[in-house]
Each structure stands twice: as structure tokens, then as C-alpha cells.
Design a protein around this ligand. Structure first.
Ligand code: ADP
Ligand code: MG
Length: 681
């Protein structure tokens, strides 16, 4: 393989003119190697290509002049700048320097030599001045041209940054083409190197519809899809013992439900069952809005695994959720199936019994948190792991998960943040996907209202009516206390004021309260020991509070669409009509108005996340940023939907036609930030 690409993977400090200090500044911006810096594109440019005579200078304008230094004026008084008196054949001009040493000035502006300088022209005491010229050289050609402006110049001068970029562009390697001829033709056969050069040409700023730009976008998508495809292949290669079952327990349990499964529940359950019964390991994600019935599907499929003689582990992000799932299972599972709850709270004696029962297969299923896998919990025959995903895993973490439990263990991830298909491909492309779009029929849509803060009296009298009817209320504030931002409602303040109005009927929960206490408060709320729970956004997790039917969200304009939808999903899970009140200040931005309108008009998480992406870009939504998930530099699942679809088909073609991936190694080496492909191929 051609190793030309290695230049691009060199550490940024290997470039000429980059000292430790500059390298450190760049590294802080996540620019580690030369390849990384290519994606900071110029924002604008400064034209320094015209040389003016001193007599024609315009004040306030960035200008290039060719001058001859005549005399130094270095006042030995603090705070007075150093000055160099210069001229051309039409007049005089002073170069002013703050914070520069004499020696340096003598070097860059030697007397009686022609120097080209560029900077902003000022006028002071009847003289033209240029203060701290941006460019300054004996070599005219270095100054006299168009210079790119990059947003990333904090701590690095424009001159320095341009010299770095230009050095890289001058040394860009010719890479062997990885695109197939048919695909390359879509982009008029423009090569990678040429595309990068165009990307940094000031004439192309903002030309996101050009072939060169789309080619670079496509490269990003293609590389990530190839990596996903390799992960999938490697998981599929794992041969497992087929699980054999006749859906005996599953059918029995469904019969006892007071409801019938939705079409999507039936469809997804079938997809999972087929995987369980197949001879390759399942690695699947079950996606659906909060309350769409995912847990029921996961539990029904667990029954089949149990019927096949294997054990099941169900992992939740918090103890209270583990508890809820466990209790639900206890309620619906047929008699004779042994299940247990194993969390940090389980006492040592019970723990010992549980672990020994897992080892000798007396226990068929265990519910818990992370601790299920951290401790030495040994299963006799673990065949299925279900992970209720609130903690968005990155690709690399998921790859580790897929290895858990050994080859015979199927893996199901559940996600309550429905996202559009292109985003699913971009984020979960390593997994098979099952989606529940349709909600249970008995579920009423949550009614969403918006209220201005000054109408708080109406809200309070509404609250009073609701709690008199024995209903429960969530009251969400963006902040814990009001130390920082005065225009935000704080949970502590809200709690205090509500507590005066409704003594003993209000509770509070936020992230500074320790985990054990938090769970206790939530449990008390579940047990209806109080009526109003004031909180920050930590109630976002998927706990079922069947009696809570109202959620009030303060400063709702501070939250993203998807987050508001998730919050609202906390209510309306019981028999009573769910209601959501979005509180806001009077002056809303257009964007905030739009968000509120969308929420009022739709209860569908798929639609909402798509709108959210349109408004905010995909990087921001749903906390995928925090997961450390590989982020695209140029590609965007909404803007480049067409390219995602082309890449999807191309990868399918590659999977069938190309057994040898060496052609793509350069692409993957350069673009695979997760850096996992080399564990695989
Ligand atoms: P999710 O895990 O997607 O949040 P759950 O499986 O916990 O959803 O279901 C939420 C609630 O809806 C539960 O109380 C469950 O019993 C109920 N439920 C699930 N499926 C149906 C259905 N098809 N019809 C009616 N109720 C359902
Ligand atoms: Mg759930």
C-alpha cells in the first residue's frame, strides 16, 4: 500500500515553525495531527494584494505598502511605544510597535532596505501610522496576496496560522483514489488532494454545493460506514448456539395482558426472536419513544431465551429503573421463572445467594445496574444481555459491550431517543435496528400549553386543582440555585416558594443530592408521599410515574426540542390525561417560538428529533456530543441525506463485491477517529 498518507498523520508539532506553545494551543482545540487541521476551513479572507503609495492611503483600511525605514525612535519610557519612521517616494509613515523589543524591530525593519508591510492605516499627529503590522517582509510576494482568515486564531496570529496551512497544502500527498469509478464520477472525478486545496481557497468559502466539497463529505460518510460494516461483519462471524424455543412463555404472558401488542411491538419482537434463534450473535438496537412499549418487548424476548435454557441479564442506568423493570417482570412473568434484583443496595447475604444461584442456574434472569458486570457476577449460561441505554455509548464502548457474555450471548440495546434514519445510520450503523414508531392505542397524547411567566397565578391555581384531584406534578427548572444566571429559574428557589404555598406537599431533587438520597426521594414520590417534585433535568431518565400527569418546565426556551420532548414523556403514562406547561419569558426568539409550536403540534419523537436537527444541527442534540461519539467534520445527516443514502448503497456493494479492503485502508486510517478498525481487520 502506498504510504503517502503518513505525512497527514504526523503530530502537528512536526511541522516547521510550530513550537511547543503553538502545538499546545492547537491540541487544546482537538487538533493533534496534520489531518485534523485540514477541517478548520477559512471563514473569510483579507486582500493584501494591492500595493498603495503613502500619498494614496485610506484611513482605517487594511493596506499593503512598500516602505524604506529611515530612523528608529525608541523612547526609554514605559508605556510609550517604539516607533520606526519610514517613507516611500510619495511621503512618510510611522510603524508603531507595542510590546516589541528593539532588537527584534531592528531585525525586521533594517534601515535603508525596501520592506513590504501590511496592516491597518491610522493617522496620528499629522502622520500616517501602521501599528503592529500584521505582515512584514523583504519578500514582497509573501505579503502581497490574499490571506485566509480562520476562526481559530486565539493565541496564534493570522500570519502564523496561514504559514502552517500553506506549509501543509504545499506538501499534501497524492493519495491513491479509494472511490469506485462510478462514485468518483458523481463528483466529476475530483481527487482528494485537489478537493482539500479547494477547501482552503478563499474563492470557495461557503461553496458547500461544489463537487469538491461533496466529495469530502462523502469520504467522511463512506469511511464511517465501512468501519460500521466491518464491525457488523465481525460480530456476524461469531458463531453461536441457536436458541431453541416454542414461544411458550411469551404466548402465555401476552394472553394475560389486558392489552394487545401494537403492530410495531409484534414486528420488533419477531426481529429479535429471529436473531435469538439464528446461529449468529445478535447485536441489535431497539429504538422507540418513551412509553412506546420497548421494555415489554425486551421482557417477552427474554422469556424465549429462558425457555431455551439460557440466562438473561437486564442492565439499567439507575437502581430505581432496575427496580421498576424487575417489578414489571415479576408481575407479568409466568410462575416458576426465577428472577432477582442485584444492585449496589443488595445486602451481602442476598448477594451471595444470588451469585451462587446464577452460577448453578437456579436463577434464570437478573435485573440490575452496571454492577451486574463490574463485580464477579458469574453466570452459568448467560445467553442474553439487555441494556437500557440512557448513557449514550460511543462506537468503541459498544464494541466492548458486544464482546460481553461471550459468543453465545445476544445483545439488545434499548434507546428512548428516536432519531431520523440518516442519523441512525451515522450513529448506530454498527448495529441492526428495530424501531417502534407506533404508540399503544390507549395512550393519550400529552397536551402541551405555553404560558408566560407573568401568568404564574393561573398556573398555580391549576396546580392546586390537580393536586386536589390527587394528581402529581413535576416542576422542572434549568438551574439548581440562582448563583449564576439571574434570568433562569432555580430549583431551590422554586421549591421554597412552592413549599410556602403547599406545605409538606413539595419535594426537590437535583444532581447535587447524593445518589442514594435521590433514589429515596423518587421512591417517595412514586409512593405518593408528596405531590409536587421540583427538579432539574435529572428526571429525564425513563422512570414510570403512573400517577404524575402534569409537567411544568420553567425557562423552556433554554432547552432543546428533543430534551423538552423527553421531559414531557415523564408524564401521561397512567390513566389521566398528560399535560405539559412550557413556561417562558415574554421576549422569545423566533427559534424558541418555532420550538414551542412544534412541541404543541406533535407528540412523535421521530418528527421532533428531525426538527431539532434542522434547528440545531445533529452534533448538539440528544447528548451525542457527550458520548464522545465520532463527529463528522463536514457531513451532516440532514443536509447530506442524499450522500448518506449513496454511501449506504456503496457499502452494500463493497460488502458483496470487494473482499479485500486494502483499497480503503488509507481512507479508514485517516478518517477513523474511533480507531477501532484495526482491532478488526
Ligand atoms: P418503554 O420501555 O418504551 O418506555 P414500556 O414497555 O415501559 O415502554 O411501556 C410503557 C407502559 O405502557 C407500560 O406500563 C406498559 O405496560 C404499557 N404498554 C406497553 N405496551 C402496551 C400496549 N401494546 N398496549 C397498552 N399498554 C402497553
Ligand atoms: Mg422504559
Amino acid at each position: 500500500m502506498n504510504k503517502n498518507y503518513e505525512f497527514l498523520l504526523k503530530d502537528i508539532s512536526k511541522l516547521k515553525n510550530i513550537g511547543k506553545k503553538t502545538a499546545l494551543i492547537l491540541k487544546k482545540k482537538n487538533i493533534n495531527n496534520i489531518f485534523d487541521i485540514l477541517w478548520r476551513v477559512p471563514q473569510s479572507f483579507t486582500d493584501r494584494s494591492n500595493i498603495s503609495k503613502i500619498k494614496d492611503l485610506h484611513l482605517g483600511k487594511i493596506t499593503t505598502v512598500e516602505i524604506t525605514p529611515l530612523k528608529y525612535n525608541f523612547p526609554r519610557i514605559r508605556n510609550l511605544p517604539n516607533k520606526v519612521i519610514c517613507e516611500d517616494d510619495t511621503g512618510k509613515l510611522d510603524c508603531i510597535f507595542f510590546n516589541s523589543y528593539e532588537g527584534y524591530i531592528r531585525k525586521i525593519l533594517p534601515l535603508n532596505e525596501k520592506i513590504t508591510i501590511s496592516g491597518k492605516v491610522n493617522y496620528f499627529k499629522n502622520r500616517y501610522q501602521i501599528t503592529n503590522p500584521t505582515y512584514l517582509s523583504k519578500d514582497k510576494s509573501i505579503v502581497k496576496k490574499i490571506h485566509n482568515k480562520y476562526s481559530l486564531t486565539e493565541g496564534i496570529t493570522e500570519k502564523k496560522y496561514n504559514s502552517i496551512i500553506n506549509q501543509i497544502l504545499d506538501n499534501l500527498p497524492n493519495l491513491d483514489e479509494w472511490l469506485s469509478p462510478k462514485i468518483a464520477k458523481l463528483f466529476c472525478n475530483i481527487r482528494w488532494k485537489e478537493s482539500i486545496i479547494k477547501l482552503h481557497n478563499y474563492q470557495n468559502i461557503g461553496k458547500h454545493n461544489s463537487k469538491f466539497f461533496k466529495r469530502l463529505v462523502f469520504d467522511e460518510i463512506l469511511s464511517s460506514f465501512i468501519v460500521f460494516s466491518e464491525i457488523r461483519k465481525s460480530v456476524k462471524k461469531i458463531k453461536k448456539n441457536k436458541k431453541f424455543f416454542l414461544n411458550k412463555y411469551e404466548k402465555k404472558t401476552i394472553k394475560n395482558f389486558g392489552f394487545s401488542l401494537t403492530k410495531d411491538q409484534i414486528k420488533t419482537l419477531k426481529e429479535i426472536n429471529l436473531d435469538l434463534a439464528s446461529k449468529s450473535k445478535m447485536f441489535r438496537i431497539l429504538q422507540g419513544d418513551v412509553g412506546s412499549g420497548k421494555t415489554i418487548v425486551a421482557l417477552l424476548s427474554s422469556l424465549n431465551v429462558i425457555e431455551s435454557g439460557n440466562q438473561v441479564a437486564f442492565m439499567s442506568p439507575t437502581e430505581i429503573l432496575a427496580n421498576q423493570h424487575y417489578n414489571l417482570a415479576k408481575k407479568i412473568f409466568p410462575n416458576g421463572i426465577n428472577i432477582e434484583l442485584l444492585t449496589g443496595k443488595t445486602d451481602n447475604v442476598s448477594k451471595k445467594i444470588i451469585t451462587s444461584n446464577l452460577k448453578n442456574s437456579n436463577l434464570q434472569m437478573v435485573f440490575g445496574t452496571h454492577s451486574l458486570f463490574q463485580k464477579k457476577t458469574l453466570f452459568n449460561k448467560l445467553g442474553y444481555i439487555i441494556i437500557d441505554e440512557q448513557h449514550k455509548f460511543g462506537v468503541k464502548q459498544r464494541k466492548l459491550l458486544s464482546d460481553k457474555g461471550g459468543p453465545n450471548c445476544d445483545i439488545l440495546l434499548m434507546s428512548a431517543t428516536p432519531i431520523p434514519r440518516t442519523l441512525t445510520m451515522a450513529i448506530y450503523g454498527d448495529m441492526d435496528l428495530s424501531s417502534i414508531k407506533e404508540k399503544p392505542k390507549n395512550r393519550k397524547e400529552i397536551i402541551t400549553y405555553s404560558k408566560r411567566e407573568d401568568n404564574i397565578k393561573d398556573v398555580l391555581s391549576f396546580v392546586k386543582k390537580e393536586i386536589d384531584k390527587d394528581n402529581q406534578i413535576f416542576w422542572v427548572c434549568p438551574l439548581i440555585d440562582d448563583s449564576k444566571k439571574i434570568d433562569h429559574q432555580s430549583a431551590i428557589q422554586k421549591f421554597n416558594s412552592l413549599n410556602k404555598l403547599f406545605p409538606t406537599r413539595v419535594g426537590i431533587i437535583h444532581s447535587k443530592i447524593d445518589q442514594n438520597k435521590k433514589e429515596l426521594i423518587l421512591k417517595d414520590f412514586l409512593d405518593k408521599k408528596f405531590d409536587i417534585l421540583v427538579s432539574t433535568t435529572i428526571i429525564e431518565v425513563g422512570i414510570d410515574f403512573p400517577n404524575a400527569n402534569v409537567i411544568i418546565i420553567e425557562n423552556s426556551n433554554k432547552f432543546g426540542l428533543s430534551q423538552l420532548h423527553q421531559l414531557r414523556g415523564r408524564v401521561g403514562r397512567g390513566v389521566n390525561q398528560g399535560k405539559c406547561i412550557l413556561m417562558f419569558k415574554s421576549n422569545l426568539s423566533e427559534n424558541a417560538k418555532k420550538r414551542i409550536k412544534i412541541l404543541k403540534s406533535s407528540n412523535d419523537g421521530f418528527i421532533i428529533s428531525e426538527e431539532d436537527m434542522k434547528l440545531r444541527g445533529f452534533g448538539d442534540i440528544l447528548g451525542f456530543k457527550q458520548s464522545g461519539e465520532k463527529k463528522f467534520n463536514l457531513a451532516d445527516p440532514i443536509l447530506h441525506k442524499d450522500l448518506f443514502n449513496i454511501a449506504e448503497n456503496e457499502v452494500k456493494r463493497i460488502e458483496i463485491e470487494e473482499t479485500n479492503l486494502s483499497k480503503y485502508k488509507t481512507l479508514i486510517k485517516l478518517y477513523d477517529k474511533a480507531d477501532i478498525i484495526y482491532d478488526l481487520v
